[in-house]
Ligand binder design. Structure first.
Ligand code: NAD
Ligand code: UDP
Ligand code: UDP
Length: 343
């Protein structure tokens, strides 16, 4: 008995960040699928700090417990190890449905699973929303526009997607997820929101994420060659993760039900981007060209007038500011890895 007592008394209370107090009328129960991933974990932080009850459902395919471990033990927080392809019975007010690998090497690893996650997984979340009357926000993507023939891309553009190419499992999976959302809205009255998310970066991206921002930063930090796929003339527009979180929360609370682009309209070629990162990091990396990847979209930039008009949202964080924060995150991650390898 004395041992047990000692254990209880020695339990050190965890130092949680300060969470707003919300009374029961304003406090919501919110499910975040994929909440242990890069974007999901930042969204969880925001919702927790605002005082809501948050349930994360994640199968840890690309996500990690440590992205949300700072909430472990908080009374408003729950982490469920769950694969969204299987049904999930909960009582919630809102669902942010983010579960899906997002990086091309990850979603191409098991294309059938990517399709199941985005189709069956989305049906399950729409079924749950229908049963409990919850509002559901689907994390769609700029990939629904494919290799676009319209530039910049506005929400009215129907896209240009190869249905049988290597990216199809993700692009078509997300297109079906959108079709499902609007079918459940029309047929069953489910309250849906659809965010078409453009390239996003920031701390907590996985070291092995494989997307361009993490690849280039890690290569520059280690003086390895910076690998451009193809001639580097293809373009992307990068938004910092806190801007995306602002947009997702604004969309969830708005009455606007059509798809909305969330992205930063500042566009760069991948070659320019390699130079920007090399200059910010310093070091001696060479910039090299590797073979182009199949079906790589050549130009991408969001038209965000809809988000500006209906959500009063636009990105606030500049590329340099966001990259500086992300570089220092990866610096720390590299030190941790070296430390754990005993260097
Ligand atoms: P991520 O890979 O870091 O996070 C995805 C999370 O979903 C991970 O925690 C993963 O373990 C989980 N997951 C995957 N399959 C699952 C399954 N079957 N069941 C339960 N959990 C599962 O990626 P991210 O960048 O955080 O992306 C989050 C969402 O935003 C995704 O839906 C993605 O398609 C979308 N999106 C992201 C970007 C971007 O640039 N980050 C761009 C467009 C769209
Ligand atoms: N579902 C779920 N949680 C719920 C309600 C439904 O996971 O709380 C899943 C269930 O697996 C179902 C799917 O959502 O197959 C779609 O639900 P819907 O009510 O549209 O279809 P039905 O149950 O009639 O097949
Ligand atoms: N890319 C690159 N080198 C890398 C990783 C990606 O040149 O190490 C290119 C890729 O071919 C694409 C762009 O960078 O043109 C963005 O790729 P990412 O995988 O980050 O996201 P996508 O927008 O293609 O989903």
């Amino acid at each position: 008995l004395r041992n047990i007592e000692a254990k209880v008394n020695n339990r050190i209370p965890k130092n949680f960040p300060t969470v707003k107090f919300l009374n029961y009328k304003n406090r919501k129960r919110i499910l975040v699928t994929g909440g242990a991933g890069f974007v999901g974990s930042h969204l969880v932080d925001r919702l927790m700090l605002e005082g809501h009850e948050v349930i994360v459902a994640d199968n840890f395919f690309t996500g990690r417990k440590r992205n949300v471990e700072h909430w472990d033990g908080h009374e408003n927080f729950e982490l469920v190890h769950h694969d969204i392809v299987r049904p999930l019975y909960l009582e919630v007010d809102e669902i942010y449905h983010l579960a899906s690998p997002a990086s091309p090497p990850h979603y191409m690893l098991n294309p059938v699973k990517t399709l199941k996650t985005n189709t069956i997984g989305t049906i399950n979340m729409l079924g749950l929303a229908k049963r409990v009357g919850a509002r559901v926000l689907i994390a769609s993507t700029s990939e629904v526009y494919g290799d676009p023939m319209e530039h910049p891309q506005s929400e009215t553009y129907w896209g240009h997607v190869n249905p049988i190419g290597p990216r199809a499992c993700y692009d078509e999976g997300k297109r079906v997820a959108e079709t499902l959302s609007y079918s459940y809205m029309r047929q069953e009255g489910v309250d849906v929101r659809v965010a078409r998310i453009f390239n996003t970066f920031g701390p907590r991206m996985h070291m092995n994420d494989g997307r361009v921002v993490s690849n280039f930063i890690l290569q520059a930090l280690q003086n390895d060659s910076i690998t451009i796929y193809g001639n580097g003339k293809q373009t992307r527009s990068f938004q910092y993760v806190s801007d995306l979180v602002d947009g997702l929360v604004a969309l969830m609370s708005s009455n606007y039900t059509q798809p909305i682009n969330l992205g930063n309209p500042v566009e760069h070629t991948i070659e320019e981007f390699a130079i920007i990162i090399k200059n910010l990091v310093g070091g001696t990396s060479k910039i090299i060209e590797l073979a182009a990847v199949e079906d790589d979209p050549q130009r991408r930039r969001p038209n965000i007038s809809r988000a500006k008009r209906f959500l009063n949202w636009e990105p606030k964080v500049s590329l340099t500011e966001g990259l500086t924060k992300t570089i220092s995150y990866f610096e720390k991650e590299l030190k941790k890895t070296k430390h754990s390898q005993g260097d």
